[in-house]
Design a binder for this molecule. Structure first.
Ligand code: AMP
Ligand code: GLY
Length: 430
């Protein structure tokens, strides 16, 4: 069946979405993005350069091109109500409405919804709208806390007491935010990501992935959008037990059921970020879209037709057989500008060496006359796919190490040493 799909967004995540859609030669892809992603440009029938939150321009582009569906990559257009607007002109979307996207865009809404519907895995939390209340809570509270701005921060807004800030630093941070915060118990454990396709009622899980937020090897340095990620051939992670997995999946399913009950059924991609603690998985946050980089891991393994999944999501007819993933390991390594995320060098030329061993996904990079140069965010990513984690890592590493320019990446992602540390940490906690 011929279909036209508009993909919104121009990062590595969206290049992975477009690549998966393009495996169906009957699907015509249209793209809206802020900067020209060279990988997406090659695969799309047409590209519009435009701010991803400029909803009225995107809607008129969608109308003009006559697309049947839209796939929304990033969170900012969801918050701006892109799905509501596109659906009002008859374009079905993979992505939640503005109200349903609050699961990501409003951390207070998310926690209150979890508490109200008695969803498992919600840490102890308090919502504050004024700095005085939040500060006196911090002063009276013995244990460490996570301090979270209520709105979107590109994954860089959380501060953890006892890790990044002390009590005085926590108070200063709350003041700088103007007091609108969620304060919650600091969770200790190992993080993992569970993403799922959701059609309003049915939820189909994808392989588990572990992301690496910190900028430098050994989980050091500031938080980033994510420096890379891996997944295992059995679609599990060695520090997540079968029981943990079942709990996490049940949490995601109860969340979808709760959203349906609130009158804002959720459709699109649901991203659950979990902390596997001594007491099982707890929800760090939900995102209303694919993770970046995690989309690159799972979509590189997807053997089913993503265009077909788009139809099933938008018609509420998803079933488990619609989404099959190869049983291989993946390792994704992001190449980023030197100084990223605090003071990224940008506009520097880079050259990609031999990368035949890995998949290449472009992100925030400029191509002029066949030459690439960095912009201020993550540049491009390599995904190695192989029968074991070791082989997948080797492939990603080989390609990443062949890039020349003022860029860097994390060498430790997907290595045995790092995995052993995660496993040992989990054992120690239990
Ligand atoms: P977020 O923006 O919610 O993805 O949070 C960014 C990072 O902060 C997460 O990847 C965690 O490492 C950390 N984090 C968030 N919430 C908590 C929490 N309650 N306890 C411990 N760490 C957390
Ligand atoms: N990798 C984390 C995120 O996309 O939010």
């Amino acid at each position: 069946m011929d279909m036209k799909i508009l993909v919104v967004g121009g990062g590595g995540r969206e290049h992975a979405i477009v690549s998966a859609l393009a495996r169906n030669s009957d699907t015509e892809i249209f793209s809206v993005m802020g900067n020209r992603n060279p990988g997406i440009s090659c695969l799309a029938r047409d590209v519009k350069l435009c701010k991803e939150t400029d909803i009225s321009r995107i809607v008129s582009y969608a109308r003009k091109t006559g697309v049947d569906y839209a796939f929304i990559g990033p969170e900012a257009p969801l918050e701006a109500g892109i799905v509501d607007q596109l659906e009002s002109i008859g374009i079905d979307c993979v992505g939640p409405t503005r109200a349903a996207a609050r699961i990501e865009t409003d951390k207070a809404f998310c926690r209150d919804m979890m508490e109200l519907h008695r969803i498992d895995g919600c840490p102890k939390y308090r919502v504050f709208q004024d700095p005085e209340g939040a500060i006196s809570f911090i002063n009276d509270h013995e244990e460490d806390l996570a301090i979270k701005p209520i709105g979107l921060t590109g994954g860089k807004g959380v501060r953890i007491m006892g890790e990044q800030v002390d009590r005085a630093g926590a108070i200063a941070y709350v003041k700088s935010l103007g007091g609108s915060v969620v304060l919650e118990e600091r969770l200790i454990g190992e993080e993992f990501t569970l993403q799922a396709f959701v059609d309003g009622t049915h939820l189909i899980p994808m392989p588990l992935v572990q992301d690496h937020k910190r900028a430098f090897d050994g989980d050091l340095g500031p938080n980033t959008g994510g420096m890379g990620s891996y997944s295992m051939p059995d679609h599990m992670l060695p520090f997540v037990s079968e029981t943990d997995y079942k709990k996490a999946l049940a949490i995601m399913k109860s969340t979808i059921a709760a959203m349906e009950r609130t009158g804002h059924p959720y459709k699109g991609i649901l991203y659950g970020q979990f902390m596997n603690t001594a007491r099982g998985p707890k929800v760090i946050e939900f995102n209303a879209r694919f993770g970046d980089p995690e989309a690159m891991n799972v979509l590189s393994l997807l053997s089913s037709d993503l265009s077909d999944i788009v139809v099933k999501i938008t018609t509420g007819t998803l079933c488990a057989a619609d989404a099959r993933f190869d049983h291989e390991a993946t390792v994704c390594k992001y190449i980023v500008p030197t100084g990223y995320p605090d003071s990224p060098a940008q506009g520097d030329p880079i050259t990609i060496g031999n990368h035949s061993s890995a998949l290449l996904y472009y992100a925030n990079v400029e191509e002029r006359g066949g030459k690439l140069s960095t912009l201020s965010s993550r540049t491009l990513a390599f995904v190695g796919v192989g029968p074991t984690l070791e082989e997948a890592e080797k492939k990603a590493e080989l390609s990443a190490s062949a890039v020349k320019g003022r860029v860097r990446y994390r060498r430790d992602i997907g290595t045995r040493a790092l995995l052993d540390r995660r496993i040992a940490h989990m054992k120690e906690l239990r």
